[in-house]
Design a binder for this molecule. Structure first.
Ligand code: HEM
Length: 407
């Protein structure tokens, strides 16, 4: 246990560190990667270069430090991150490395203000936080390995089918290369894909939601090709998967992970709202719920740019056509002339409260939503304005978790 003096130092210095958080973590990554270039195989370089990961790690360290005397209160956050760490293959012996360079960065950035007392207190606090992560992750590794069809680390899969779902999304149907069993998963979970791209110095790891219902003889991921935008280069991994990976090729996957999952014990009406490629876990949830809970009222709402960018539409419509209590609604921000001619969408523009109130039959529902940050903020604000409590919302950000509030 930490002494009350140490806790006092942590609490009084956490705001100072938070203020310098991004500078500290940027410095931390720079020095850590210089000393341990092998860790570049683990981290997402696109997130790094956009500075998104820096803020995510800093926020959690400071939040954890502020709750250092009651860490159980941040356990849900720890578990969500631990799922990602387990999916990536983060190991216990890497925590002291992160600790060493994080403390070194605090020292370098704060200069004389970082007294021995302060550094000692943070070293102790980091040790405690790291141990919580290590223990939670150990349990997850054990579970991943021991469940039927489960495995530890990365396992070779073969691309059994590759299907273009829209002009930007392509599905890959993946079966174990060893012909062995496939671990069960919960709708909403994701897997990590590890790729060696020719000409690249490091391996790349990315997470993709499983986009089909559980219980099939394959895993399916549906990958959006991240084309270059002003100030943002094209996604290396998604471009490679789209252009180079073909049926018969091998991909290496870690076992399903994640806590953004459908609660099948819940019988309240279900509302699934997705934006862009955020629809992938939602399609899995839609199919699983319609199959397991045929009497449950399900509203499936999807926002896409246009019909050409709208993936898995037919699949969702089939579920709606076959399920007496399932309805599907499409919102296009930039419909094409042919979308207009064919009446392919129900709303033009963006999802808003007024439209949600038209298509969602009751506020007494459970709401799941997933998509890009701006979309998530809009949906969250609309639901809050409608009086929906957080306890009936579940959501997942694609990319490093952002904040639901803010600009
Ligand atoms: C992701 C926190 C230790 C490797 C993350 C995220 C957070 C975080 C908040 C973002 C999760 C998300 O996007 O949902 C922490 C904390 C640590 C810690 C508080 C220490 C107590 C480690 C260690 C490693 C590691 C020891 C391995 C060297 C990673 C990687 C990612 C990640 C590779 C994915 C980031 C990306 O590439 O986008 N961690 N982490 N972390 N963490 Fe940690």
């Amino acid at each position: 246990m930490l002494s009350s003096r140490t806790i006092e130092i942590i609490k009084s210095t956490a705001p100072v560190l938070e203020e310098h958080g991004t500078t500290i973590t940027k410095h931390f990554y720079k020095t850590m990667f210089a000393a341990h270039p092998e860790l570049l195989n683990l981290f997402n370089h696109a997130n790094q270069s956009q500075g998104r990961q820096q803020t995510a790690l800093a926020n959690v360290v400071y939040a954890a430090a502020l709750h250092i005397d009651k860490l159980e209160s941040i356990l849900p956050v720890v578990k969500q991150i631990a799922h990602k760490h387990r999916s990536l293959g983060v190991k216990a012996d890497q925590y002291p490395i992160v600790g060493k360079y994080l403390l070194g960065a605090i020292k370098d950035v704060l200069g004389d203000a970082a007294t021995d007392d302060i550094l000692g207190a943070w070293a102790e606090a980091y040790g405690i936080i790291a141990n919580v992560f290590i223990q939670v992750e150990e349990g997850m590794y054990e579970h991943a390995e021991k469940q039927d069809g489960g495995w530890a680390g990365f396992r070779a899969f073969r691309v059994a089918r590759k299907v273009a779902e829209s002009d930007v999304v392509t599905s890959f149907y993946l079966v174990p290369a060893d012909g062995g069993a496939l671990a069960a998963f919960e709708p909403g979970q994701y897997i990590s894909v590890r790729l060696d791209i020719p000409g690249e110095a490091n391996t790349h790891i990315r997470q993709y939601s499983l986009s089909d219902a559980p219980g099939k003889p394959y895993y399916r991921i549906s990958v959006k090709r991240e084309d270059a935008l002003p100030g943002k280069p094209a996604g290396k991994v998604s471009s490679y998967l789209h252009a180079q990976v073909e049926e018969g090729d091998a991909l290496h996957l870690s076992a399903p992970a994640g806590e953004f999952v459908l609660d099948l014990t819940d019988t309240r009406p279900l509302v699934l709202i997705s934006g862009g490629v955020g629809l992938t876990p939602m399609v899995s949830m839609l199919k699983a719920a319609a199959e397991a809970q045929p009497g449950r009222e399900i509203t499936f709402i999807h926002a896409a740019r246009s019909g050409a960018a709208h993936a898995l539409r037919q699949e969702a419509e089939e579920v709606a056509a076959n399920g007496p209590h399932v309805s599907a609604h499409w919102c296009y921000s930039r419909p094409s002339a042919s979308d207009r001619e064919t009446g392919a969408f129900h709303k033009e523009g963006y999802v808003d409260l007024f439209w949600l109130q038209q298509v969602v039959p009751t506020t007494e529902a459970s709401f799941y939503f997933c998509g890009p940050t701006a979309f998530m903020r809009t949906v969250y604000a609309a639901l809050r304005a409608w009086g929906i409590g957080e306890e009936r919302m579940r959501f997942e950000f694609f990319g490093p978790s952002g904040s639901l509030l803010g600009a």
